[in-house]
Design a protein. Structure first.
Length: 751
């Protein structure tokens, strides 16, 4: 969906390139393609309105703007901008499109950035067809449940009433919920609605998009859901404090966008009455997500709590769509007790990357899966090349584009088209729009091309493919479009596993915790009692990385993902408000919960959207043990304690990162217990479960075992030679955390 939005932006006006002397000067070095397009589009619309004698009311865009150190917000206000939030020298601001050009050439403005909206990272089709492994949560230490830690979920489609988000007395475990689409103007920054009491949260029931989406309910349940069905299913950090924020992702409706815009208009009028808005529509970019992150971190700050935020959404990184300012903003927001976890992406079955060396003539076939797709290129600033696109490999008409011609546009857009077929006397054309940008820091030129094929593409193309030819003495990186245009055909015979350069953003940002997905077990019983077997969309064996889990390196050769966790058919809550599917009969519905006069359901789903909240929950446990952990601390713990699913690889690597997360071993490392108790197993026994009741440790399962109990200083305080009845008296021990050691593992308890 996010690529469709790019087309609406880049293909809104398909004309030949406008002469540079007809428009304002634009410094494209400082701008992303979305802002370049918006600035150009304003000028085109202005000329059209002038010709018709009608007034022009320009559009505005929410963007990130970085000012030179020491510059005040007044610089932006003088240009009619409204500053919503400030993060060091970076502002989240509403920028009128007719001011983008002038701001871009102002030396006090260092960078302006707006990019297309991301999308949720769930492979829902795969979960329904190939229900593989029901992940019921880890065997969590008794001592750590996320209590006192804020888990922020920035997502879509929340059902606040599901039993996974309730306390035993029926009150809500959600401490705060922000719905951006209500239009009531009483939420964070006067946008939407903020629900802050249990009664208000339960009365709201869910977010305004709960009839459209189910994703956020499932994700929130994995990270932080309460135990349900006698504890068979529970979130990882099931006693944490939840802050839910509705994310502005691709796929919003016109009415939702309208209500959000109305709140922004009111906010602007209140903040900038001296400079009334010079526009009547506002375009929302990925900058909106910065506000959701700030909202959760500010809640945690007010309550003096550590916080980990889950982002199970993302967008493909492409040359030209630069996210350097977004990354700087995200990196500035995290730190001690402030962690962001991101899904790595689900499209590494798309073989999208190739490199052309200086001496090579590049001639490859690419396969089209969607008629609207993107191509992007990167080369050194000093290099030039010629690009040719031949539809179906046989058509006589070829699109020819030189990098020199694109470079000469100096911030303007390039458009062209070519005949690709004819049916019943109607000519069909391929349209292309291109924007060239430069990265001065990396000394590269980058080109983003939008391709718009005819609607009847499959009727007139023999193989739905194209020839891509790149000529010239130039080093060129070539990137296709995940799940739309790639060097493989998306069929079983040509399927790709874990293709490189498929890490999405914001997962690719350096201080984010990027999470890939592993799979475990081949079958699971659904609500109807049928054992569902994988067919399978996952090409990799059991216990390994899922074949479509986002794979590194990033486009800038950095190491990602950071870690992996179970993400293939994870079982969690399903939104009870969504009418678009028959939940009770869905193949991936695993269980139902009957409470009062309503039935709720649990479903298995797949994606790095599911593995990310597993890691989010684990980090909440770690923050409970040490609230000062930074992203770098978290990564060091992962490097020292994670398991290695594929021992043939060196770690870290571009497939698993540092490996599969180990919640328990990580806790032992944080508490420094593993070095204090000689011979302490760093794994929990799989044949035992634990509970604390009335001063006793209750052991279920294999109880015929010796038990030793140690305090946090590593001193043995109790030994039981044989806990045959499964009960160990802890009476007389002072309150605190203890290690329970068995002959086949250990666990942590809290008195």
């Amino acid at each position: 969906m996010q690529m469709k939005k790019i087309f609406l932006i880049m293909l809104a006006t398909l004309t030949t390139a406008v002469a540079t002397n007809a428009q304002e000067i634009i410094n494209s070095y400082k701008l992303t393609p979305m802002l370049i397009h918006n600035a150009n589009n304003y000028n085109r619309q202005k000329q059209m309105k002038r010709a018709k004698g009608t007034p022009m009311m320009p559009h505005a865009t929410m963007a990130l703007v970085k000012l030179a150190p020491g510059e005040s917000d007044g610089l932006l206000k003088e240009q009619g901008c409204t500053v919503l939030k400030r993060i060091n020298d970076i502002r989240v601001a509403i920028v009128p499109d007719n001011k983008i050009a002038s701001l871009s050439i102002d030396n006090r403005v260092l960078r302006m950035e707006a990019n297309p909206l991301p999308e949720i990272l769930t492979d829902s089709t795969a979960s329904v067809i190939n229900a593989n492994a029901a992940y019921n949560g880890t065997q969590l230490p008794q001592a750590f449940t996320g209590k006192g830690v804020v888990v922020g979920i920035d997502d879509v489609g929340f059902d606040f009433t599901h039993p996974m988000f309730l306390n035993a007395d029926g009150t809500s475990r959600i401490k705060e919920a922000w719905d951006i689409y209500t239009g009531k103007g009483n939420g964070f920054l006067s946008i939407g609605s903020k629900y802050i009491t249990s009664d208000d949260i339960l009365a709201a029931g869910g977010t305004c998009d709960s009839l459209q989406h189910t994703h956020g309910t499932h994700v929130m349940g994995i990270a932080a859901g309460s135990p349900v069905l006698d504890g068979k299913y529970k979130g990882i950090a099931y006693e944490s404090d939840i802050v839910a924020s509705l994310a502005h992702l691709s796929g919003y409706t016109d009415s939702q966008l309208h209500t959000l815009a109305q709140d922004l208009y009111r906010l602007i009028a209140e903040k900038d009455s001296v400079f009334p808005p010079l526009y009547n529509t506002i375009g929302l970019s990925n900058a909106m997500h910065v506000l959701s992150i700030i909202n959760a971190f500010e809640y945690a700050g007010k309550h003096n709590q550590p916080c980990v935020i889950n982002l199970s959404y993302g967008a493909q990184l492409m040359f030209g769509n630069d996210y350097s300012l977004t990354e700087e903003t995200f990196n500035n927001l995290v730190g001690k007790g402030r962690i962001i976890v991101c899904a790595a992406g689900n499209n590494s079955d798309s073989d999208i990357y190739r490199h052309k060396s200086r001496s090579e003539r590049f001639d490859k076939t690419m396969y089209l899966k969607n008629r609207n797709c993107m191509l992007s290129f990167r080369s050194p600033i000093s290099d030039s090349f010629m690009l040719k696109i031949i539809v179906d490999g046989n058509k006589p008409d070829t699109l020819r584009i030189s990098s020199a011609a694109l470079d000469a546009l100096a911030g303007k857009e390039y458009s062209d088209s070519a005949n690709v077929g004819e049916t019943e006397g109607v000519m069909h054309r391929l349209y292309i729009t291109a924007i060239a940008t430069s990265n001065v820091e990396r000394q590269t030129k980058e080109y983003l091309l939008a391709l718009n094929f005819p609607q009847i593409v499959r009727e007139i193309y023999e193989h739905t493919s194209l020839k891509l030819i790149v000529e010239g003495e130039a080093d060129v990186d070539i990137l296709g479009n995940e799940n739309k245009l790639a060097f493989n055909q998306w069929s079983k015979s040509t399927a790709t596993s874990n293709a490189p350069y498929t890490i999405s953003q914001p997962s690719a940002f350096s201080r984010m915790i990027s999470v890939g997905a592993t799979s475990h077990r081949q079958t699971v019983a659904n609500l109807s009692g049928n054992e569902i077997t994988a067919e399978s969309s996952n090409l990799n064996p059991e216990g390994k990385i899922v074949s479509w889990s986002g794979t590194g390196p990033t486009l800038f050769e950095t190491m990602k993902p950071d870690i992996c966790a179970p993400g293939f058919n994870v079982v969690s809550a399903v939104n009870s408000f969504n009418p678009n599917e028959s939940v009770s009969t869905a193949k991936n519905t695993i269980a139902d919960i009957k409470t009062h006069d309503k039935t709720y359901f649990m479903q298995a789903d797949c994606g790095t959207s599911m593995s990310a909240p597993v890691v989010t929950g684990v980090i909440a446990l770690w923050l409970q043990a040490d609230s000062t952990l930074t992203p770098e601390d978290i990564k060091n713990i992962m490097a020292e304690t994670s398991t290695h699913p594929d021992e043939t690889l060196n770690y870290p690597n571009y497939i698993y990162g540092m490996g599969e997360i180990d919640a328990y071993h990580g806790l032992l490392k944080i508490l420094k217990i593993d070095s204090k108790i000689e011979g302490l197993p760093t794994y929990q026994p799989t044949d035992k479960h634990f509970a604390i009741r009335d001063g006793e440790l209750i052991i279920s399962g294999n109880t015929n075992t010796a038990v030793s109990i140690y305090n946090m200083n590593g001193q043995k305080v109790l030994t039981v030679s044989n806990a045959a009845n499964g009960r160990v008296s802890l009476r007389g021990l002072p309150g605190g955390i203890y290690v329970v050691k068995f002959n086949n593992g250990s666990t942590l308890i809290r008195l």
